[in-house]
Design a protein around this ligand. Structure first.
Ligand code: TRP
Length: 428
């Protein structure tokens, strides 16, 4: 098996808060320490331009968020850590994808539809104030993901539709030009904490209820003491259920500490005391990171260097060769290049039967893909030491033997899809 590629983007348009840390940064840093995965974390600064037109804010936020990830323990030597706008191939790919994306698909995007609905409700022109940046947002996001053929994309619920669009866009490119893209999958982790903010609603910039991750300790303390609670007096038993204070504590404490706090709630801990305990817990987790963060922020040139060198290496390894291959596939070719036989579009169109495609990777090993008549990937093989072994496994799948020993079903493919495709081949 080639390793799983996990990719996610963070839009630099604000200040990281406790919710971002517990919900995205901490789980991502932990995941990046596992072996067998290749992780891509990037600052989607092109996307930030859709959200804000303040240049200072984009720059400041990029610096703060990059420093936050590094302070939280991301090791740039173990993961790909970069800034979107340092990889010009992403915008180039966005154009190639734009040309295979139906306008109707983008019309259905939740964010665009919400903007239109709001305009209509306010008796405005439907597209008033809607930029093409907002409209094209899902295509740029697809380019981010497809550029590196990521398998899994950890995102919040609100981004799931964008992943579905990325898959659609990838499939329509593959259908026209041949099998270039893996269809990516959203990974929504339900166990990851969604933290409440100061007012008990989900912590979010748009509710103005955030606790910044790296606020100075006295500000942190003031904010914690401002968390809304009910009016139960000290000595009265308190509910943990629905208590923002308790949930915040739980997100940063060990399970044992959480149980102790639960007992103290039942025993009637005063809110002042509970806030003191939460502040102490937060400060103990955050203080060491805050020190690193302050050091990093003080040296923007160092962070710039980290991001730049990430991008240079990533372009050399993936983006530059891959965009060259895609340019070739779409016909953006040197004029003296002689196409092998049919051009790939004709090939893709001619193909109505499922196919096995055998190939050799840069790792020197042999692989095959089983591709449906519509061009969709059905089965991705594991690696084989020789072309002969790969060929024998193809024959075994063709004969209807257990394919699971040779590879993995593509996301969204069922056992029935495979059987149907095999039957279609046999009808030959
Ligand atoms: N749209 C994402 C967000 O607002 C950020 C993002 C941009 C992203 N490109 C991406 C996330 C690619 C995952 C993969 O949260």
């Amino acid at each position: 098996m080639t390793s799983q590629r996990i990719l996610t983007g963070i839009t630099p348009s604000g200040t990281p808060h406790l919710g971002n840390y517990a919900g995205a940064i901490r789980p991502a840093v932990e995941a990046s320490q596992r072996s067998g995965v290749e992780s891509f974390y990037f600052l989607s600064d092109y996307h930030a331009l859709v959200k804000t037109d303040s240049p200072e804010r984009v720059q400041q936020s990029t610096l703060k968020i990059a420093a936050t990830w590094l302070a939280a323990g991301l090791r740039p030597e173990r993961v790909w850590f970069y800034r979107q706008s340092d990889i010009p191939e992403i915008t180039e790919l966005a154009w190639l994808l734009t040309c295979v994306t139906g306008k109707g698909l983008l019309n259905r995007a939740h964010a665009y539809k919400a903007a239109v609905d709001k305009n209509i409700a306010e008796s405005e022109e439907p597209d008033a104030g809607v930029t093409m940046g907002l409209f094209m947002y899902p295509v740029l996001m697809a380019a981010d993901i497809l550029m590196f053929n990521a398998h899994k994309v950890p995102v919040g619920r609100d981004q799931v539709q964008h992943l579905e669009m990325a898959r659609d866009i990838a499939a329509s490119f593959n259908y026209r030009y041949g099998e270039h893209f893996v269809l990516p999958e959203a990974a929504v982790d339900e166990s990851v904490a969604t933290l409440p903010g100061l007012d008990g609603r989900k912590m979010s910039k748009s509710y103005d209820n955030i606790i910044p991750l790296f606020a100075p300790w006295d500000t942190l303390k003031k904010l914690v003491f401002g968390i809304i609670t009910d009016s139960k007096a000290p000595g009265e038993p308190k509910e943990t259920e629905g208590s923002a204070l308790f949930q915040l504590f739980q997100a940063f404490a060990t399970p044992a500490e959480t149980e102790t706090m639960r007992t103290r709630f039942a025993e009637g801990i005063g809110w002042g005391e509970a806030k003191e305990a939460l502040f102490g817990k937060l400060e103990s987790v955050i203080a060491p990171m805050r020190v690193r963060y302050e050091e990093l922020i003080a040296e923007p040139a160092r962070i710039e260097q980290v991001l730049k060198s990430g991008a240079v290496a990533l372009r050399a390894k993936y983006a530059i060769p891959f965009i060259a291959r895609l340019r070739e596939a779409t016909g953006l070719r040197p004029l003296d290049l002689i196409p092998v036989s049919m051009d790939s579009q004709a090939k893709a169109k001619a193909q109505t039967k499922p196919q096995f495609k055998q190939y050799r990777e840069a790792d020197g090993l042999f692989y095959f893909k089983f591709v449906g008549g519509d061009g969709r990937l059905l089965l991705q093989s594991r690696s084989f030491a020789s072309a002969r072994e790969a060929g024998q496994s193809v024959a075994s799948v063709r004969n209807g033997e257990d394919y699971e020993q040779w590879g993995e079903l593509a996301p969204g493919t069922s056992d029935a899809d495979i059987r149907q495709a095999i039957d279609a081949l046999r009808a030959d």
